[in-house]
Design a protein around this ligand. Structure first.
Ligand code: ATP
Ligand code: MG
Ligand code: MG
Ligand code: MG
Length: 569
């Protein structure tokens, strides 16, 4: 590819709208452009990366025995009524009508369509097990699309669904998928952890999430420092042994006793623990008589003008910095309205994820061993209430019995799940067994966020100059960068010949044939993260040499032109 014929679209300035580094770099390096909230156009460079991720995923799925299909993105409402999710799915499901007034949805996932397909297509136990996958656009009307393609509304997912005659067979495929996922994330060159995920009512180790470790991650995952136990925080909490809580958790569970019934009680409690620092409790909202509005308070350091804010302004708690400076905020506390009842207040600690610098918010009293770290919150879709305080905190004994819990941030890039008969039962998906009886099938489902992976890879691989792509997904393997080609026939000839040679050898090469200053060229290729730069300068040609710059290690070395192919051996 010649840059003169390419759409580089690099930006010098960091767009103000982008909060996390991957989003900033994806815009600056010309990978994507925003169309509307949560909707993106992939530009040529970005699309190359996306396709590479997709191909690695496809290769490993096929290697694990899954078969590719392609289902429609638009799905009839009937299928969703049949499964019960037309009622249950909630506002992330985008519903639409066609010209005949028939209802449809934009697929956020494809269990309904695939279960119906298999119910119609598969009649005999002899055709099982079966594992079908697709790489397809999904639409989820996320309440808060953010971080670029990391949480888009339209995004690319690989989703697979397996069908079995029983749990034993499902477990085998589940393990095969688990292994395939590990190979995929290994090949992508990512630092990731498979963690046990919460399955709600199904229970057991029937679900795993795959998380790429990054501070910008929206999930908390708990590890043991003494074994290979890893779980998402909800699951670690469900497994956690009781009775051995460190001081911080106890302090908060004390707040959650019936003793604390009003904001005044709460202020009193906290002032006692941090008498020297807590002077003000900024009440953002109070429970109404009907117990409808949540109580939310900011605990502030030092004097602060007391400021009552009504419940309708609660949306602003998405950024406590609206009300006070970072130094002033000691803790942000919320109480879930739903739990204000005879059992007393249920105190939650809010961590603001919209402000990156607050991501590591430490909560609780301002005293050693009285802090909670790594706590999480989720905003209820409409009500701005906060989720229950997660009980597992750093330093807790690991549920596996070995070591203590450490909590890190992760980006969920994959999720595998043993569904059991959930969809097959309601949608009547069964086959005739050997004994001639109808048997409902057992299912598994397996998702990977293909487009999210592109952003997650950047979160882990960048420096102040730009992206440092893992080789497997770099848009180009090498850039040919001639210095002042317009002034030197020798430089031009060498660059053209090298470009030709690399192309013929099937290497993905980008040839910078623009009439730009060297500084501009280097900045663009560093931003785009091309792993190798071949710099052709007039002087070095006296020795028939070029300079090789390694973007990943930063190393520079001289190389005889005749040896150039040795770089790709
Ligand atoms: P999250 O917890 O981030 O909302 P999820 O648990 O709702 O994700 P799944 O239903 O498990 O997502 O979907 C499988 C995969 O699809 C996820 O592991 C994630 O990598 C990806 N994914 C989900 N939602 C989005 C989104 N809005 N934008 C990009 N990728 C997404
Ligand atoms: Mg989700
Ligand atoms: Mg999730
Ligand atoms: Mg998930």
């Amino acid at each position: 590819m010649r840059t003169s014929q390419y759409l580089l679209s690099t930006l010098k300035e960091t767009p103000a709208s982008a909060e996390v580094i991957s989003h900033q770099l994806m815009l600056r390096a010309g990978l994507v452009r925003n169309v509307a909230s949560g909707l993106y156009t992939w530009l040529p460079t970005g699309l190359k990366v996306l396709r590479k991720v997709e191909n690695i995923v496809r290769e490993e799925m096929e290697r694990a025995g899954a078969l590719e299909v392609l289902m429609p993105m638009v799905q009839p409402a009937d299928l969703w009524e049949e499964s019960g999710r037309w009622e249950d799915y909630g506002p992330e499901l985008l519903r639409l009508k066609d010209r005949h007034d028939r209802a449809f949805v934009l697929g956020p996932t494809h269990e309904e369509v695939i279960t119906k397909l298999v119910a119609n297509e598969i009649n005999s136990y002899k055709q099982l097990p079966l594992n079908l996958f697709q790489i397809q656009t999904k639409f989820r009307d996320e309440i808060r699309p953010r971080f670029g393609v990391m949480r888009g509304r339209e995004f690319l997912m690989k989703d697979a669904y397996s069908f079995h005659l029983g749990e034993e067979c499902l477990k085998k495929t589940y393990q095969a998928m688990f292994d395939a996922y590990c190979r995929i994330f290994d090949r992508l060159g990512l630092d990731y952890r498979p963690v046990i995920a919460d399955t709600g009512s199904i229970g057991g180790e029937a679900s795993h999430e795959f998380h790429v470790l990054a501070d910008s991650g929206e999930d908390d995952i708990a590890f043991s420092d003494g074994s290979d136990f890893a779980a998402n925080v909800e699951k670690a909490e469900a497994l956690a042994p009781t009775g051995e809580r460190p001081a911080a958790t106890q302090a908060l569970s004390e707040i959650a006793t019936p003793k604390v019934r009003t904001i005044e009680d709460l202020a009193k409690f906290l002032s006692l623990d941090a008498a020297n620092t807590v002077k003000t409790l900024l009440v953002l909202g109070e429970a109404t008589k009907e117990h409808e509005a949540p109580i939310v308070a900011l605990v502030l350091r030092g004097d602060h003008q007391l400021n009552e804010v009504k419940a309708e302004n609660l949306a602003k708690i998405a950024s406590p910095l609206t009300f006070a400076t970072e130094e002033q905020i000691l803790a942000v506390i919320g109480c879930n309205a739903g739990s204000i009842g005879p059992v007393g207040l249920d105190i939650d600690v809010i961590v603001d994820r919209s402000a990156a610098h607050l991501a590591d918010f430490v909560c609780g009293a301002n005293k050693n061993d009285m802090h909670l770290t790594g706590v999480n919150w989720e905003r209820d879709t409409q009500n701005y209430s906060v989720s229950d305080l997660r009980n597992v905190v750093a330093g807790d004994p690991s549920p596996c019995g070995q070591g203590n819990i450490e909590i890190k941030r992760g980006i969920e890039v994959g999720h595998i799940f043993q569904l059991g008969e959930k969809y097959a039962q309601t949608m009547n998906c069964g086959v005739l067994t050997e004994a001639g009886k109808n048997q409902i099938l057992t299912m598994g489902c397996y998702g990977i966020g293909v487009s999210r992976i592109v952003a997650a890879a950047i979160e882990q691989n960048h420096d102040k100059y730009g992206i440092k792509w893992p080789a497997a997904i770099a848009p180009y393997q090498v850039a040919v960068v001639p210095m002042n080609m317009a002034k030197s026939a020798r430089v031009k000839e060498t660059a053209e010949a090298l470009y030709e040679q690399l192309q013929t050898a099937g290497i993905e090469v980008i040839f910078d044939d623009r009439k730009e200053r060297p500084g501009v060229m280097f900045a663009d290729h560093e931003l785009m993260g091309t792993p190798l730069l071949l710099v052709i300068g007039e002087r070095n040609l006296d020795n028939q040499e070029i300079e090789v710059k390694n973007r990943i290690t930063g190393e520079k070395s001289m190389l005889a032109i005749s040896d150039v192919m040795s770089l790709f051996a």
